[in-house]
Write a protein that binds this ligand. Structure first.
Ligand code: ADE
Length: 252
């Protein structure tokens, strides 16, 4: 899978793309990430990419022309590389990346959306800085995604969250093929949070690992885990529990 990131701060991604599971995904070529700065398409001697808002108001607004030029340059680079790179031709990467604007006004990122994004061959993530984007940027993107109901200083951390969450779903990236299956928010968990996990020591400062997990009775362990996952979800995420209950009602 290829990500193309439009960012004024490509260097923010260096450590992220070289470390841990994401670093391994890049090294194994399961994941390709290219960052490009809209500054390359900036205006005038200072290569400005932002300007004051029409109608007045505080802050600066990112220009639509610099962002779209950057997206189009990334598409052109991918197309010309595709002509020589057999692996990319084989995946039939479309000529235009699926474009996602990172913004607090977007749809909240959740695991279902992560799965949709991870199934695409090429995705462009557009990160803003300053007070926001010229509204006309929205005419050139396919969707808008938010990391949550809070405002970051820019979209880069949200873009890293998307890349991180997608990369662990790519074939061969996680060591144990099962480890992204039975975790919170995954389809196999049926709308439940993950059950609690323990490892050695069996007792730590008076806190004991539940007996049922130590006796090797697999049916009892499965029942315990299921009950704990349900209890947790009801307690911590009544919104998820209600959604699950409603979905089950409709299935009947
Ligand atoms: N840029 C600034 N805040 C953001 C958020 N919450 N999600 C995505 N991009 C952002």
């Amino acid at each position: 899978m290829r990500f193309e990131v439009v960012t004024l701060f490509p260097e923010l991604f260096d450590g992220f793309l070289a470390t841990s599971i994401v670093g391994r995904a890049v090294a194994s070529k399961a994941l390709h990430v290219r960052c490009k700065s809209p500054r390359e398409f900036g205006i005038g001697r200072h290569r400005n990419v932002d300007d004051t808002p029409y109608g007045g108001g505080s802050g600066m607004v990112m220009r639509v022309d610099c962002i779209v030029a950057c997206l189009e340059a990334l598409d052109a680079e991918a197309a010309s590389e595709g002509a020589t790179d057999a692996a990319i031709v084989a995946t039939e990467a479309p000529p235009r990346a699926h474009r996602i604007l990172m913004t607090p006004q977007g749809a909240p990122l959740d695991q279902a959306r992560v799965q949709e994004i991870a199934a695409r061959p090429r995705v462009a993530l557009i990160c803003g800085r300053y007070e926001g984007f010229d509204e006309r940027v929205r005419a050139s993107v396919d969707e808008e995604v938010s990391l949550g109901d809070f405002v970051l200083t820019g979209g880069e951390i949200a873009a890293m969250a998307v890349i991180d969450a997608c990369s662990r779903l790519l074939p061969g990236v996680l060591g144990n093929a099962d480890s992204s299956v039975s975790e919170s928010h995954s389809p196999a968990m049926d709308g439940l949070l993950e059950y609690p996990q323990y490892t050695r020591p069996a007792e730590y400062r008076g806190l004991r690992v539940p007996e049922v997990l130590q006796n090797g009775n697999h049916a009892a362990i499965a029942a315990y885990r299921r009950a704990e996952a349900e209890r947790r979800t009801q307690e911590r995420r009544p919104d998820l529990w209600a959604r699950r209950t409603a979905a089950r009602g409709q299935q009947k």
